[in-house]
Design a protein around this ligand. Structure first.
Ligand SMILES: [Zn+2]
Length: 145
């Protein structure tokens, strides 16, 4: 497979692949499990190839992201401040903290598998994030138009 897939629109992972079975194919994010539509493998290679081109094109075609709102800007600033405050330098820890802040991962029975942060680290980060959010909201009161 030589097709280039854009990174996952949900988690940003570049670990995206075409998963094939005997009957169908689907583009899947190996990190968060997001999936494209499904194509059913037809009678001929030509039909399959044409369907695959549509599938890849659909995966790689993205709507323009909506303009950032003021609240989202405040949220981003709080996440940056929390990461700065907690003092982590490990890029994986920082990336996982950003995913937790963005709600990419939901805590059910621990984050498990892909998350490199321990429960106490998540708790510490959330505490920093709450503090940073409160401080930034306080500082930015009155600026919201
Ligand atoms: Zn993903």
């Amino acid at each position: 497979m030589t097709d280039e897939f854009k990174s996952c629109p949900f988690c940003g992972s570049a670990d995206v692949e075409l998963r094939e079975s005997i009957t169908d194919e689907q583009i899947t994010c190996c990190h968060c499990g997001a999936r494209s539509g499904l194509i059913y493998l037809g009678a001929s290679d030509a039909v399959n190839a044409a369907n695959r081109r549509v599938l890849v094109s659909a995966w790689n075609t993205r709507a323009a992201p909506p303009a950032r709102t003021y609240a989202e800007g405040v949220e981003d600033a709080a996440v940056d401040a929390a990461i700065s405050a907690i003092g982590w330098t490990d890029e994986r820890m920082i990336a996982d903290a950003r995913k937790i802040a963005a709600g990419v991962w939901f805590e059910t029975y621990g984050f498990g598998g892909d998350c490199c942060l321990t429960g106490p680290q998540v708790t510490s980060f959330r505490s920093c994030l709450d503090g940073a959010s409160a401080a930034i909201r306080l500082l930015s009161q009155g600026e919201e138009a």
